[in-house]
Design a protein around this ligand. Structure first.
Ligand code: HEM
Length: 157
């Protein structure tokens, strides 16, 4: 079960990235070309948020109850959280960066319901999604992050 959730968590990154880029492009086009806000825009925002929230739930589970969970495993004896690259990344930097980005995605999606002119809706959503994308890209354990933190582009089955 834990392995399945880790695989899902890892794969969902690609879906989030694709949906987020799509929402960013739609917001940019809508904003710059002064288009009306459509149901397709609303769906694109909503699916991006749903996908991010599912990843968040799995991430919280992994952080608390996973193979290196705060509750199930705890810190190994002698390890100081902020002085250990591995635990600082997986217990602090990754969860915090992702939490903030998911909050921004949720705010971006919230623009769909706001009673403001469509041009402002697109503009605000664009910036929320764009900053979220940067944060996600910075917080993913890409393979080049080094031996202890880096993980594969695809999960190892
Ligand atoms: C947009 C949101 C997120 C993305 C794209 C993402 C992406 C990833 C990726 C790619 C991995 C490596 C998986 C592998 O080994 O192949 C990972 C691991 C992990 N993530 Fe996330 N994550 C997100 C949100 C979160 C959040 C919000 C938390 C915690 C609150 C979290 C906690 C973890 C933990 C604890 C691991 C290590 C699990 C283990 O190796 O047992 N993630 N994440």
């Amino acid at each position: 079960m834990d392995n399945f959730l880790l695989i899902l968590h890892s794969l969902l990154r690609w879906l989030i990235l694709i949906l987020l880029v799509l929402s960013i492009l739609r917001s940019w086009n809508g904003w710059k070309q002064k288009k009306p806000f459509t149901a397709a825009d609303r769906k694109s925002y909503l699916f991006t948020m749903i996908c991010a929230h599912i990843t968040l739930l799995i991430g919280v589970y992994q952080l608390l109850f996973g193979r290196m969970g705060v509750i199930t495993a705890g810190l190994p004896p002698g390890v100081e959280l902020m002085k250990n690259d591995f635990f600082r990344f997986y217990w602090v930097e990754h969860p915090f960066g992702m939490l903030v980005s998911i909050l921004l995605i949720t705010m971006g999606n919230g623009m769909a319901k706001k009673q403001i002119p469509d041009e402002r809706k697109f503009k605000k959503a664009f910036w929320y999604f764009f900053i979220a994308l940067i944060l996600i890209l910075v917080s993913i354990p890409w393979p080049f992050r080094g031996q202890s933190i880096g993980r594969g582009l695809l999960p190892t089955m």
